[in-house]
Design a protein around this ligand. Structure first.
Ligand code: ITT
Length: 200
């Protein structure tokens, strides 16, 4: 019986969404900080899947616990999928999202709505103490806005516009964002898989 899961992320925005989705799993969800883990992970994979597995596996090896990890990012079609797996590192890890978001808006100057298509992608990996790995993927389609909108969410949310809702993902409640988002979809799929394991 597993009653503790470590979620291998240092991103507080992700962690808040993750806690809300996994709260009914019946296991205690610890962030890296909660678990007192401070290891440098080399995210050198070429895909979201590879990076999610790298993060989950490294922390599982260091702790022996069941570990989940999220690798996610924003793919902008007009920019050939940029920033993609480099979303956190785009323009530098310590550069503010005000600057990153404005830079992407500027790179799409004059580009009409129908060519501003983009998606958030999320892959969740689970690394089990016995070495087994499972992954789940989710995506949400939108377009890149013309200005930042909203105070919620994190990262690129203020420029990710949902035409059918008439708002950005930073203007949704956390519950609504989780219902629609790449992370919500991937995590719910993962949760179903984990339930089978935890109930076994
Ligand atoms: P960890 O590796 O510690 O989990 P990170 O922020 O470095 O944190 P990633 O390498 O997976 O995580 O990069 C994901 C980036 O993609 C994230 O920093 C945001 O810039 C962007 N992103 C992912 N999901 C997002 C969301 O729901 N809303 C806004 N931006 C998001």
């Amino acid at each position: 019986m597993i009653n503790q899961i470590i979620f291998a992320t240092g991103n507080e925005g992700k962690m808040k969404e993750i806690r809300l989705i996994l709260e009914d799993l019946g296991a205690e969800i610890l962030s890296l900080k909660d678990a007192g883990i401070d290891i440098e992970i080399q995210e050198d994979g070429k895909t979201f899947e590879e990076n999610a597995v790298i993060k989950a596996r490294e922390v599982m090896r260091a702790t022996g616990a069941l570990v989940l990890a999220d690798d996610s990012g924003l793919e902008i079609d007009y920019l050939n999928g940029e920033p993609g797996v480099y979303s956190a590192r785009y323009l530098g890890e310590d550069t503010s999202y005000r600057i990153k978001n404005q830079n992407l808006i500027d790179r799409l100057e004059g580009v009409p709505d129908e060519q501003r298509t983009a998606r958030f992608v999320c892959v969740i990996a689970a690394a089990f103490p016995d070495g087994r790995i499972i992954t789940a993927r989710g995506a949400i389609e939108g377009i890149i806005g013309y200005e930042e909108r909203g105070e919620g969410g994190f990262g690129y949310d203020p420029i990710f516009w949902l035409p059918e809702y008439g708002c950005s993902t930073a203007e949704l409640t956390m519950e609504k964002k989780n219902e629609l988002s790449h992370r919500g979809k991937a995590l719910r799929e993962m949760k179903n898989e984990l339930k089978k394991v935890l109930e076994a």
